[in-house]
Write a protein of this length. Sequence first.
Length: 280
Amino acid sequence: MPKKAIAESTGSTAQAASAAKTVSVHSLDGSIKSEVPLPAVFAADVRKDLVRRAVISGQTARIQPRTNDYYAGKRTSAMSLGVGLDLARVPRVKGDHNPASGQGAFVPNVIGGRVAFPTQLEKKWHERINDKERRLALKSAIAATGRMDLVEERGHFVGEKTTIPYVVSDDLKGILKASEFREFLKNSSLLGDILRAKEGIKERSGRGKTRGRRWIKPKSILLVADEINPSVRLAARNFSGLDFAEVGSLNVERLAPGGHPGRLTVWTESAFKKLDELYA
């Protein structure tokens, strides 16, 4: 059988297997409202190596290349006095009326001298990844959100009523207040993961405290909807470790923070159905 035919038959088999499974859609009070078929993307293999590589590629793409000024420490007329004066042969500042007269300059081993081995602008910071690999990593990260073992391996707190993947009716998008969203989390047995992230906040050690990253904050729930700015996004923004994402703009870093797949994800019903359209 040709390779193309084998691939098509394998893909159709995976889609048929995923279509045979259904996922419960929960209402805001935690009860089961209906069922929807499981999208085919959840049948993809979880490639932890690709997920890790895609996360590193995204992180290194944001690094600003930097280097030293080429003339730093070299803007001086200092010259060596030569030999026979019982002095080190480093370049020294000249001038009878110059207060710095006689001081060493230009060389790396003196105050104000040039840097011995400055950072080079040509250094390759960005770890590139192929487009097909990135897309496969994204599918793997989505599929990992549907595996209970990987969700628990990441350290998420999963309650008794929580099923993986967890799908909620579109009524969730209409929540306006944080108190209403908290009540939804309590009914869905998801509040424990928020509390876990809140209790895990700790102060960073070292100099990083003074460089804009004083606190280490664990990640908790990822809320995925089919709209960019639903009202629930504002209602849920202050909950510890919770992130929001639009289903059409998902990325591996949101689905697998730190390169570890299996984030506890809450899908709205419309966003869950849209996965087949986006990642068939």
